[in-house]
Design a protein around this ligand. Sequence first.
Ligand SMILES: [Zn+2]
Ligand SMILES: [Zn+2]
Length: 278
Amino acid sequence: MTRPVGSGGRNSNAPLLPVVDPWFRVVPSADGRILRVDEPHVDPLVAANVWIVRGRERELVVDTGLGIVSIDEAVPGLSGRDPLVVVTHAHLDHAGGASAFARVHAHPAEDLVHPRAASLHGPSELDLLGLHDPATRAEVGEWLISAVPHAGFDLAAYEVLPPAETVAIGDGDVLDLGDRRLTVLHLPGHSLGSIVLVDEHDGLLFSGDVVYDDELYDDMDGADPVVYRRSLERLLSLDVRKVYPGHGEVFGPERLAEIVAEYSGEDHTAGPSEPRSR
Ligand SMILES: [Zn+2]
Ligand SMILES: [Zn+2]
């Protein structure tokens, strides 16, 4: 159900946007053990996946969305059940909802305690991310959301808040859900502290923004194309059967190898030349 309402709030330039309810889209895997939660009414720049893995003893939450609406709306009671929450990196579309949880795990190179300023105003957020490529800027909307979760939602008041407690995790750490164990790999390049989680038994890779099936982003503050290439090539040494990415759809090992080969074959020293997202 949508209906147009004013959403101007404090910013008189904010647009009139429809209200959508529910805010999140929730898609369970065939066996129901992995949920994909995303936000359909946001710009592709920040339309990220939250992955919720149901372990025998504990739930795992990989990334937290923008934080526009509490994740509890998508999965009732989730934040209160003491899930193991991991943020793959501190960009707003992954860490924006972290403050809904009491304790959040992240690499220490990603500062969740002092979140950087964030904005739902497209050009302002591009400035905050350090994204100056004209092609990228031409693709991103004036506002990063195309709907609001409730009447009176104030776009200008958006901010990323820190979780109550942040726990440092790094390369080689293992997260135990009871019947599933995930190993942390530190794979910088997109950002300094980007991590992925690997379930070596089932060949599952939760990849954040290290790899997804679209143009990869290596030209914002904290990014490094040379380091990024090494990180991607490290992924090829793993026995991966399914990639659960930070953006877009699940894909398999063949596509993973292609994406890595495409990135490694490009010239990343001359600066970005194509439209980028994420
Ligand atoms: Zn990112
Ligand atoms: Zn992202």
